[in-house]
Design a protein around this ligand. Structure first.
Ligand code: FES
Ligand code: FES
Length: 157
């Protein structure tokens, strides 16, 4: 069947299998930041935004995004300039193996769009579905806090 949807503002029209998951389709059309880990809706690694809200692409049928808007990490940087969340994750030591990072960035972005000044607890709650085997989470929590300050114009990057 044929579907059409935008990814990071770019329209894609393509044929899919009705049983295909969004994760497979996104990787097939070149969005390799979208990663498969548990493949069972448990780890958050495959998180992308659907109309601005985080979803797990490993358990979302591609057909359900027909006509919708998807965002991935590929759309976050501004040319060579990293998004403040990406920058802060690097600065705070929140990326080690890096496998979880695309999902963390997208979850963090959705949080900050909805709540530009989250408390530590709100950050922890937002990220609690994004499993990380390397960092112990605190560097990533700190990074979201710092990115929020940068995005509010309170501190420089
Ligand atoms: S790969 Fe989708 S939640 Fe783990
Ligand atoms: S940095 Fe390795 S899983 Fe998060």
């Amino acid at each position: 069947m044929r579907i059409a949807f935008t990814v990071n503002g770019r329209l894609h029209e393509l044929d899919i299998d009705p049983g295909e998951y969004l994760l497979e389709v996104l990787r097939r059309i070149g969005y390799k930041s979208v990663r498969r880990s548990c493949n069972s809706a448990s780890c958050g690694t495959c998180t992308v935004l659907l109309n601005g809200k985080p979803i797990l692409s490993c358990s979302t049928f591609a057909v359900s995004v027909d006509g919708q808007n998807i965002e991935t990490v590929e759309g976050m940087a501004d040319g060579d300039k990293l998004h403040p969340i990406q920058e802060a994750i690097l600065e705070e030591g929140g990326a080690q193996c890096g496998y979880c990072i695309p999902g963390v960035v997208m979850t963090g972005e959705a949080l900050l769009r909805e709540n530009p000044d989250p408390s530590d607890e709100e950050i922890r709650l937002a990220l609690n579905g994004n499993i990380c085997r390397c960092t112990g989470y605190e560097p990533q929590n700190r990074a979201i806090k710092k990115a929020a300050q940068v995005m509010r114009g309170e501190i420089d990057e």
